[in-house]
Design a protein around this ligand. Structure first.
Ligand code: G3P
Ligand code: MG
Length: 343
Protein backbone atom coordinates (compact mmCIF):
# COMPACT_ATOMS: atom_id res chain seq x y z
CA UNK A 1 0.00 0.00 0.00
CA UNK A 2 0.97 3.63 -0.17
CA UNK A 3 1.58 3.60 3.57
CA UNK A 4 4.16 0.81 3.17
CA UNK A 5 5.69 2.65 0.23
CA UNK A 6 6.29 5.66 2.38
CA UNK A 7 9.91 5.83 3.41
CA UNK A 8 10.80 5.70 7.10
CA UNK A 9 11.98 9.26 6.75
CA UNK A 10 8.55 10.40 5.64
CA UNK A 11 6.82 8.57 8.45
CA UNK A 12 9.20 10.25 10.90
CA UNK A 13 8.59 13.64 9.26
CA UNK A 14 4.82 13.14 9.51
CA UNK A 15 5.15 12.33 13.21
CA UNK A 16 7.23 15.41 13.74
CA UNK A 17 4.61 17.92 12.68
CA UNK A 18 1.29 19.21 13.93
CA UNK A 19 -1.09 22.10 13.47
CA UNK A 20 -2.66 24.57 15.85
CA UNK A 21 -5.70 26.18 14.23
CA UNK A 22 -7.39 29.40 15.10
CA UNK A 23 -11.16 29.04 14.73
CA UNK A 24 -12.77 32.37 13.82
CA UNK A 25 -11.61 33.37 10.34
CA UNK A 26 -9.76 30.08 9.72
CA UNK A 27 -12.20 27.22 10.27
CA UNK A 28 -15.43 29.20 10.54
CA UNK A 29 -16.95 32.65 10.45
CA UNK A 30 -19.18 32.64 13.53
CA UNK A 31 -21.62 29.78 12.90
CA UNK A 32 -20.77 29.48 9.20
CA UNK A 33 -18.17 26.79 8.45
CA UNK A 34 -15.43 27.52 5.90
CA UNK A 35 -15.70 24.81 3.21
CA UNK A 36 -11.94 24.41 2.72
CA UNK A 37 -11.57 23.86 6.47
CA UNK A 38 -13.83 20.79 6.30
CA UNK A 39 -11.53 19.28 3.66
CA UNK A 40 -8.37 20.23 5.56
CA UNK A 41 -9.59 18.47 8.73
CA UNK A 42 -10.70 15.36 6.80
CA UNK A 43 -7.26 15.14 5.22
CA UNK A 44 -5.44 15.53 8.54
CA UNK A 45 -7.72 12.90 10.09
CA UNK A 46 -6.30 10.37 7.61
CA UNK A 47 -8.48 10.75 4.54
CA UNK A 48 -5.46 11.41 2.32
CA UNK A 49 -3.56 9.49 -0.34
CA UNK A 50 -0.69 8.77 2.06
CA UNK A 51 -3.04 7.29 4.66
CA UNK A 52 -1.37 9.22 7.48
CA UNK A 53 -2.87 11.15 10.38
CA UNK A 54 -1.42 14.51 11.30
CA UNK A 55 -2.41 15.85 14.73
CA UNK A 56 -4.02 19.23 15.17
CA UNK A 57 -5.39 21.23 18.05
CA UNK A 58 -7.76 24.19 18.03
CA UNK A 59 -6.63 27.33 19.82
CA UNK A 60 -9.24 30.09 19.94
CA UNK A 61 -9.69 33.37 21.75
CA UNK A 62 -13.43 32.71 21.62
CA UNK A 63 -15.33 31.47 24.65
CA UNK A 64 -18.52 31.78 26.64
CA UNK A 65 -19.78 28.20 26.70
CA UNK A 66 -18.41 24.90 27.99
CA UNK A 67 -15.68 23.07 26.10
CA UNK A 68 -18.05 20.14 25.54
CA UNK A 69 -20.80 22.34 24.12
CA UNK A 70 -18.43 24.20 21.80
CA UNK A 71 -16.71 21.03 20.53
CA UNK A 72 -20.07 19.41 19.76
CA UNK A 73 -21.15 22.50 17.86
CA UNK A 74 -17.86 22.67 15.92
CA UNK A 75 -17.96 18.97 15.06
CA UNK A 76 -21.39 19.53 13.51
CA UNK A 77 -20.27 22.60 11.58
CA UNK A 78 -16.99 21.12 10.33
CA UNK A 79 -18.23 17.55 9.83
CA UNK A 80 -15.25 16.06 11.70
CA UNK A 81 -15.09 14.81 15.27
CA UNK A 82 -13.57 17.42 17.61
CA UNK A 83 -12.43 16.21 21.03
CA UNK A 84 -12.21 18.46 24.07
CA UNK A 85 -8.70 16.95 24.39
CA UNK A 86 -7.64 18.89 21.28
CA UNK A 87 -9.44 22.11 22.14
CA UNK A 88 -8.39 25.26 24.01
CA UNK A 89 -10.64 28.28 24.21
CA UNK A 90 -9.68 31.56 25.82
CA UNK A 91 -10.76 30.64 29.34
CA UNK A 92 -9.74 26.95 29.31
CA UNK A 93 -6.39 27.58 31.10
CA UNK A 94 -8.23 29.64 33.74
CA UNK A 95 -9.54 26.44 35.34
CA UNK A 96 -6.24 26.36 37.25
CA UNK A 97 -7.50 29.41 39.20
CA UNK A 98 -10.22 27.33 40.87
CA UNK A 99 -7.57 26.12 43.29
CA UNK A 100 -7.06 29.67 44.59
CA UNK A 101 -10.49 31.34 44.51
CA UNK A 102 -13.79 30.11 45.89
CA UNK A 103 -16.24 32.98 45.31
CA UNK A 104 -15.90 34.53 41.87
CA UNK A 105 -17.77 37.05 39.75
CA UNK A 106 -17.88 35.57 36.24
CA UNK A 107 -18.76 37.92 33.37
CA UNK A 108 -19.52 37.75 29.66
CA UNK A 109 -21.18 35.55 27.12
CA UNK A 110 -24.76 34.65 26.27
CA UNK A 111 -27.36 34.09 28.94
CA UNK A 112 -25.87 32.42 32.03
CA UNK A 113 -23.63 29.97 30.17
CA UNK A 114 -20.43 31.19 31.85
CA UNK A 115 -21.86 30.04 35.18
CA UNK A 116 -21.78 26.44 33.95
CA UNK A 117 -18.28 26.96 32.52
CA UNK A 118 -16.94 28.19 35.86
CA UNK A 119 -18.69 25.43 37.78
CA UNK A 120 -17.23 22.82 35.43
CA UNK A 121 -13.80 24.29 36.20
CA UNK A 122 -14.40 23.70 39.91
CA UNK A 123 -15.15 27.19 41.24
CA UNK A 124 -17.31 26.63 44.33
CA UNK A 125 -19.38 29.81 44.46
CA UNK A 126 -20.01 31.37 41.05
CA UNK A 127 -21.82 34.70 40.80
CA UNK A 128 -23.11 36.16 37.55
CA UNK A 129 -23.67 39.95 37.35
CA UNK A 130 -27.39 39.31 36.71
CA UNK A 131 -27.62 37.45 40.04
CA UNK A 132 -26.63 40.75 41.66
CA UNK A 133 -29.17 42.70 39.55
CA UNK A 134 -31.86 40.21 40.59
CA UNK A 135 -30.97 40.91 44.22
CA UNK A 136 -30.94 44.70 43.80
CA UNK A 137 -31.80 46.31 40.43
CA UNK A 138 -30.58 49.72 41.66
CA UNK A 139 -27.00 48.39 41.43
CA UNK A 140 -27.02 49.18 37.70
CA UNK A 141 -29.30 52.11 36.75
CA UNK A 142 -29.05 51.35 33.01
CA UNK A 143 -28.73 47.60 33.23
CA UNK A 144 -30.68 45.15 31.09
CA UNK A 145 -32.80 42.63 32.96
CA UNK A 146 -35.26 40.46 31.03
CA UNK A 147 -37.96 38.04 32.15
CA UNK A 148 -35.65 35.23 31.08
CA UNK A 149 -32.93 36.71 33.29
CA UNK A 150 -35.35 36.69 36.22
CA UNK A 151 -36.05 32.99 35.66
CA UNK A 152 -32.39 32.04 35.53
CA UNK A 153 -30.74 34.43 37.98
CA UNK A 154 -29.77 33.22 41.45
CA UNK A 155 -30.22 36.17 43.79
CA UNK A 156 -28.60 35.80 47.20
CA UNK A 157 -27.77 38.23 49.99
CA UNK A 158 -24.74 39.81 48.38
CA UNK A 159 -24.25 42.29 51.22
CA UNK A 160 -22.76 39.38 53.20
CA UNK A 161 -20.63 37.79 50.51
CA UNK A 162 -16.90 38.35 50.06
CA UNK A 163 -15.69 37.94 46.49
CA UNK A 164 -12.23 36.46 45.93
CA UNK A 165 -11.70 37.36 42.25
CA UNK A 166 -13.28 38.72 39.07
CA UNK A 167 -13.12 36.58 35.94
CA UNK A 168 -14.09 37.93 32.51
CA UNK A 169 -14.71 34.89 30.28
CA UNK A 170 -16.22 36.45 27.15
CA UNK A 171 -17.70 39.61 25.64
CA UNK A 172 -20.08 41.52 27.87
CA UNK A 173 -23.72 41.55 26.76
CA UNK A 174 -24.56 44.33 29.23
CA UNK A 175 -21.66 46.75 29.43
CA UNK A 176 -23.42 49.10 31.87
CA UNK A 177 -23.98 46.38 34.47
CA UNK A 178 -20.64 44.64 34.01
CA UNK A 179 -18.67 47.91 34.20
CA UNK A 180 -20.56 48.95 37.32
CA UNK A 181 -20.25 45.69 39.24
CA UNK A 182 -16.62 45.11 38.25
CA UNK A 183 -15.78 48.66 39.36
CA UNK A 184 -17.76 48.21 42.60
CA UNK A 185 -15.69 45.14 43.43
CA UNK A 186 -12.34 46.64 42.38
CA UNK A 187 -12.98 49.68 44.60
CA UNK A 188 -14.43 47.69 47.50
CA UNK A 189 -12.92 46.71 50.81
CA UNK A 190 -11.65 43.17 50.14
CA UNK A 191 -14.33 42.24 47.62
CA UNK A 192 -17.43 43.21 49.60
CA UNK A 193 -20.19 44.96 47.68
CA UNK A 194 -21.60 48.20 49.17
CA UNK A 195 -18.19 49.06 50.68
CA UNK A 196 -15.44 51.42 49.49
CA UNK A 197 -11.82 50.75 50.38
CA UNK A 198 -9.67 53.43 51.97
CA UNK A 199 -6.62 52.12 50.17
CA UNK A 200 -7.74 50.92 46.72
CA UNK A 201 -4.62 48.86 46.10
CA UNK A 202 -4.09 47.04 49.40
CA UNK A 203 -7.60 45.62 49.60
CA UNK A 204 -8.23 45.08 45.91
CA UNK A 205 -9.31 41.67 44.67
CA UNK A 206 -7.64 40.39 41.46
CA UNK A 207 -9.19 40.59 38.00
CA UNK A 208 -8.53 38.19 35.11
CA UNK A 209 -9.48 38.56 31.45
CA UNK A 210 -9.68 35.53 29.17
CA UNK A 211 -8.21 37.25 26.10
CA UNK A 212 -6.94 40.59 24.83
CA UNK A 213 -8.16 41.05 21.24
CA UNK A 214 -9.34 44.63 20.68
CA UNK A 215 -11.47 43.83 17.65
CA UNK A 216 -12.73 40.73 15.86
CA UNK A 217 -14.10 39.94 12.40
CA UNK A 218 -17.88 39.56 12.13
CA UNK A 219 -20.45 39.58 9.34
CA UNK A 220 -20.55 43.39 9.55
CA UNK A 221 -19.85 45.11 6.21
CA UNK A 222 -17.43 47.60 7.74
CA UNK A 223 -14.23 47.16 9.78
CA UNK A 224 -13.91 44.54 12.59
CA UNK A 225 -15.99 45.05 15.76
CA UNK A 226 -14.87 45.79 19.33
CA UNK A 227 -14.29 42.85 21.63
CA UNK A 228 -13.00 41.94 25.10
CA UNK A 229 -9.67 43.82 24.93
CA UNK A 230 -11.53 47.08 24.32
CA UNK A 231 -13.83 46.32 27.25
CA UNK A 232 -10.74 45.74 29.43
CA UNK A 233 -9.16 49.05 28.37
CA UNK A 234 -12.34 50.84 29.43
CA UNK A 235 -12.18 49.13 32.86
CA UNK A 236 -8.52 50.14 33.21
CA UNK A 237 -9.29 53.74 32.29
CA UNK A 238 -12.22 53.96 34.72
CA UNK A 239 -10.13 52.51 37.52
CA UNK A 240 -7.22 54.88 36.82
CA UNK A 241 -9.53 57.92 36.68
CA UNK A 242 -11.32 56.97 39.91
CA UNK A 243 -8.26 56.01 41.97
CA UNK A 244 -5.24 57.61 40.30
CA UNK A 245 -3.45 54.25 40.16
CA UNK A 246 -2.90 51.74 37.38
CA UNK A 247 -5.00 48.61 37.49
CA UNK A 248 -2.97 45.44 37.71
CA UNK A 249 -4.64 42.66 35.80
CA UNK A 250 -3.93 39.34 34.13
CA UNK A 251 -4.80 38.60 30.52
CA UNK A 252 -5.00 35.06 29.10
CA UNK A 253 -5.53 33.92 25.49
CA UNK A 254 -3.41 34.39 22.40
CA UNK A 255 -0.76 35.89 22.15
CA UNK A 256 0.01 35.40 25.86
CA UNK A 257 2.85 33.02 26.56
CA UNK A 258 0.90 31.13 29.25
CA UNK A 259 -1.71 30.11 26.71
CA UNK A 260 0.89 28.72 24.29
CA UNK A 261 2.59 26.86 27.15
CA UNK A 262 -0.79 25.36 28.02
CA UNK A 263 -1.31 24.52 24.33
CA UNK A 264 2.02 22.62 24.30
CA UNK A 265 0.76 20.35 27.08
CA UNK A 266 -2.53 19.75 25.28
CA UNK A 267 -0.70 18.95 22.05
CA UNK A 268 1.69 16.55 23.80
CA UNK A 269 -1.22 14.60 25.25
CA UNK A 270 -3.02 14.69 21.92
CA UNK A 271 0.12 13.28 20.21
CA UNK A 272 -0.22 10.33 22.52
CA UNK A 273 -3.77 9.70 21.31
CA UNK A 274 -2.81 10.03 17.62
CA UNK A 275 0.74 8.63 17.50
CA UNK A 276 1.16 6.94 20.88
CA UNK A 277 4.04 9.25 21.75
CA UNK A 278 3.83 11.93 24.41
CA UNK A 279 6.29 14.33 22.81
CA UNK A 280 5.94 17.73 21.28
CA UNK A 281 6.48 17.61 17.51
CA UNK A 282 9.35 19.78 16.33
CA UNK A 283 7.37 21.66 13.74
CA UNK A 284 4.07 23.07 14.90
CA UNK A 285 2.27 25.24 12.38
CA UNK A 286 -0.01 27.86 13.86
CA UNK A 287 -2.61 28.82 11.27
CA UNK A 288 -4.35 32.07 12.18
CA UNK A 289 -5.94 35.13 10.65
CA UNK A 290 -5.02 37.69 13.30
CA UNK A 291 -1.36 38.78 13.23
CA UNK A 292 -1.81 40.58 16.59
CA UNK A 293 -2.72 37.42 18.45
CA UNK A 294 -2.23 34.21 16.45
CA UNK A 295 1.01 35.01 14.66
CA UNK A 296 2.80 37.04 17.34
CA UNK A 297 1.96 34.30 19.87
CA UNK A 298 2.99 31.51 17.54
CA UNK A 299 6.32 33.14 16.90
CA UNK A 300 7.02 33.83 20.57
CA UNK A 301 6.25 30.21 21.43
CA UNK A 302 8.86 28.87 19.05
CA UNK A 303 12.17 27.56 20.36
CA UNK A 304 15.19 29.38 18.99
CA UNK A 305 16.59 26.29 17.31
CA UNK A 306 13.37 25.71 15.44
CA UNK A 307 13.47 29.02 13.71
CA UNK A 308 15.60 27.97 10.76
CA UNK A 309 13.45 24.91 10.26
CA UNK A 310 10.10 26.58 10.74
CA UNK A 311 10.48 30.22 9.84
CA UNK A 312 8.39 32.90 11.48
CA UNK A 313 6.32 33.66 8.47
CA UNK A 314 5.77 30.42 6.67
CA UNK A 315 3.39 32.14 4.35
CA UNK A 316 0.11 33.82 3.66
CA UNK A 317 -2.52 31.57 2.09
CA UNK A 318 -5.91 31.94 0.53
CA UNK A 319 -7.45 29.51 3.02
CA UNK A 320 -6.57 26.89 5.63
CA UNK A 321 -6.54 24.03 3.11
CA UNK A 322 -3.81 25.75 1.08
CA UNK A 323 -1.82 26.40 4.27
CA UNK A 324 -2.10 22.76 5.35
CA UNK A 325 -1.08 21.47 1.91
CA UNK A 326 1.94 23.78 1.80
CA UNK A 327 3.11 22.82 5.29
CA UNK A 328 2.79 19.08 4.60
CA UNK A 329 4.54 19.47 1.26
CA UNK A 330 7.41 21.20 3.04
CA UNK A 331 7.71 18.60 5.82
CA UNK A 332 7.19 15.46 3.75
CA UNK A 333 8.56 16.64 0.42
CA UNK A 334 5.47 15.51 -1.43
CA UNK A 335 1.96 16.63 -2.23
CA UNK A 336 -0.83 16.10 0.25
CA UNK A 337 -4.06 15.16 -1.50
CA UNK A 338 -7.47 13.94 -0.52
CA UNK A 339 -8.17 10.27 -1.11
CA UNK A 340 -11.29 11.19 -3.04
CA UNK A 341 -12.21 14.07 -5.29
CA UNK A 342 -14.40 16.67 -3.64
CA UNK A 343 -17.33 17.91 -5.71
O1 G3P B 1 -11.73 37.78 19.50
C1 G3P B 1 -12.85 37.01 19.60
C2 G3P B 1 -12.81 35.67 18.94
O2 G3P B 1 -13.88 35.62 18.01
C3 G3P B 1 -11.53 35.27 18.24
O3 G3P B 1 -11.59 33.91 17.93
O4 G3P B 1 -10.87 31.75 16.98
O5 G3P B 1 -10.13 33.87 15.91
O6 G3P B 1 -9.20 33.22 18.11
P1 G3P B 1 -10.36 33.17 17.20
MG1 MG C 1 -9.27 34.32 14.18
Amino acid sequence: SQVQDMSKEKVAAAKNMAFAFDIDGVLAHGNEPIEEAKLALKMLNGDNELGIKIPYILLTNGGGKTEIARCEQLAGLLESPISTDQFIQSHTPMQALAEYYETVLVCGGEDFKVREVAETYGFKNVVHPKDILAWDPTVSPWGIFSEKDRENAKPRDFSKMKFDAILVFADSRDYATDFQIIMDLLLSENGKLLTRAKDPVASRIPIYFSQGDLVFPTNHKGPPRLTQGSFRIAIEAQYKALTGVELERVVYGKPERATYTYADEVLKNWMEQIHNENTLPQNVYMVGDNPQSDIIGGNMAKEGENDAHNPANFGVFENVLEAVKAAVRKELGQDFKLKWNPK
